[in-house]
Design a protein around this ligand. Structure first.
Ligand code: ADP
Length: 271
């Protein structure tokens, strides 16, 4: 049996419309890039809606979505494929990227800078006008069907040379910039995602904005929309707002005792 055939692309379709609140013209831009077979780079801080957006676009464009969370042990073989011993036979098993190309899927490489450079280079021939995936070990050159789309995400906020995306990689992509939504949109997201009341949603958004102002002044990142959703979920589940803020937001942002105290005071002033 060829293990590659056990892959079922139908399982990778997004069946239900994901809730996504547009923050700008990203839907229109992504669609234009997709129709013209341009690869897309989603840039922005963690927890600001990049993954939700790509799920929404996969649903909208009716394409399977294959997501790879990148890490430093990710190899080119994980993306392209490898020979495996299966039931006494040697069989070829496609990697995530090869599967996406064969099935005209959207391949989303999340946090691309976490992957090593020798892994990242395999996307280069896919991300320019060649649109091919060389499978050297198999001796095949996969041509991308028009439906295939390569999308990667990247958080420029880490500001470390080691976590920089190389120019030779980034200059192949159309970049869509993501950031935390406006207060009004973020409030709407919290209410829709968790059912929290609007007065409490307003306070949470204010609290998040205060922590975002501390970025670079003791905090590496401010509270993301994701953290606010977690906090609102706890509050709706009956946890006291101050306790929820401490667990879902303050403690996740820092371990530094002084910053914990400072952020704790901000939440006490609001809740
Ligand atoms: P990222 O991929 O940027 O790290 P996610 O897409 O996982 O972030 O977003 C985290 C959570 O925040 C989502 O699960 C969702 O609840 C909420 N969220 C953030 N932005 C939006 C948005 N624009 N519309 C709807 N939900 C959002």
């Amino acid at each position: 049996m060829n293990a590659a055939r056990t892959f079922k692309p139908e399982e990778y379709y997004v069946e239900q419309e994901p809730y996504y609140e547009a923050i700008g013209n990203e839907v229109e831009l992504f669609e234009a890039a997709y129709r013209n077979q341009l690869p897309v780079l989603l840039k922005g801080p963690t927890g600001c809606g990049k993954t939700r957006f790509i799920e929404y676009m996969a649903w909208r464009l009716k394409r399977p979505l294959i997501t790879v969370s990148c890490h430093d042990d990710l190899t080119a073989s994980d993306l392209v494929g490898r020979f495996l011993i299966h039931g006494g036979n040697t069989v070829w098993v496609d990697g995530a990227l090869a599967r996406a190309v064969r099935h005209g899927a959207i391949c989303y490489l999340d946090e691309i800078v976490e992957a090593r450079k020798d892994t990242t280079v395999v996307i280069h021939p896919l991300a320019d006008d060649r649109r091919v995936l060389p499978m050297d070990k198999l001796g095949e050159l996969l041509l991308c069907p028009p439906e295939f789309c390569l999308a990667i995400s990247y958080n420029p906020g880490y500001q470390s040379v080691l976590k920089e995306l190389k120019q030779s990689t980034r200059q192949r992509f159309v970049a869509l910039e993501f950031d935390y939504p406006s207060a009004e949109v973020e409030r709407k997201i919290l209410i829709t995602e968790t059912g929290i009341n609007s007065a409490m949603a307003d306070k949470l958004v204010k609290f998040a904005q205060m922590t975002r102002n501390l970025k670079g002044n003791g905090l590496d990142e401010g509270a993301s929309t994701r953290l606010l959703v977690h906090c609102a979920t706890l509050i709706v589940a009956g946890i006291a707002p101050l306790v929820a803020c401490r667990s879902a937001i303050t403690q996740t942002l820092t371990d530094d005792p002084e910053m914990l105290k400072a952020v704790g005071e901000l939440s006490s002033a609001l809740f």
